[in-house]
Ligand binder design. Structure first.
Ligand SMILES: Nc1ncnc2c1ncn2[C@@H]1O[C@H](COP(=O)(O)OP(=O)(O)O)[C@@H](O)[C@H]1O
Ligand SMILES: [Mg+2]
Length: 257
């Protein structure tokens, strides 16, 4: 059984002429890394919000471990593009915060937070405040915090989009290493094709208006993957393939802007 299943999911907002998502079916296996790409406005964030339980589908259903999703759960962690770190809490107390909300005493929460900060390469910065960190460091803390309740499924919405190209690549590689060690299932949204391919077991390509699945592409690049794989001909061919699927929608959207 898949850990996450979308069955013919549709979503309409009242007063909007066309559905945001239509007929989306997707099955994630435990431990799988699936990425979702598509032009902006095609419903990527909406899809994650449905999976997280922040929105309910108006057609079809979303199942987690075989049960309909009825609201957010600690078994699903969400990493947003803009981290929601609390500026008045230190790094370690930001990471421990979800545990404290669950009633874990602060000392115990800090112990767990320290372990996760080491995992995400932020072990040396536990006493700093978010305002003292670079964008890349904040996202490392953000990821540690999303892992604090040990969710089975991580939902990530363009988490590296605001970072410079080098930092983004380093974080991509580290995310793969964390994923391999922690055996999470990850559903990761991005609009960057190279990021989508580098990370994924499968890439879901969405078409806009209404958002629907154009194609699901298996990525056969061997693992573990270092960043060098991005410089191979096989990788370039995959990027080219996905680009050809979505370029019409992307160019159309650019013209409208
Ligand atoms: N709460 C909402 N009410 C009405 N329309 C919405 C709402 N949230 C998103 N939309 C619309 O749904 C479409 C998809 O948005 P979104 O999922 O954010 O796209 P993406 O993340 O792919 O850029 C957009 O047209 C957006 O305007
Ligand atoms: Mg979005």
């Amino acid at each position: 059984m898949g850990v996450l299943e979308l069955r013919d999911v549709g979503l309409e907002f009242p007063g909007k002429p066309e559905p945001v998502l239509s007929g989306v079916s997707l099955d994630l296996q435990a431990g799988e890394f699936v990425t979702v790409v598509g032009p902006s406005g095609c419903g990527k964030t909406t899809m994650l919000r449905l999976v997280h339980g922040l929105l309910s589908p108006t057609a079809g259903e979303v199942l987690a471990d075989g049960e309909p999703v009825r609201g957010p759960s600690t078994r699903r962690g969400f990493v947003f593009q803009n981290d929601r770190l609390l500026p008045w809490r230190t790094v370690i107390d930001n990471v421990g915060f979800p545990l404290e909300l669950q009633g874990v005493p602060r000392a115990k929460a800090r112990e767990k937070a320290r372990e996760l900060l080491t995992l995400t390469g932020m072990g040396d910065s536990e006493s700093r405040y978010p305002g003292q960190l670079s964008g890349g460091m904040r996202q490392r803390v953000n990821l540690a915090r999303a892992l604090s309740l040990d969710p089975d499924l991580l939902l990530m919405d363009e988490p590296f989009a605001a970072l410079d190209a080098q930092t983004r690549e380093v974080l991509q590689a580290e995310l793969l290493s964390i994923w391999a060690r922690r055996r999470k299932t990850i559903l990761f949204v991005t609009h960057q094709l190279d990021e989508a391919i580098y990370l994924a077991d499968r890439v879901v390509v969405l078409d806009p208006h209404p958002g629907r699945i154009r194609e699901i592409i298996p990525v056969d690049l061997p693992r573990p993957r270092t960043l060098d794989v991005k410089r191979t001909a096989e990788f370039a061919a995959s990027v080219e393939y996905v680009w050809n699927l979505i370029k019409h929608a992307i160019l159309a959207e650019r013209r409208v802007d």
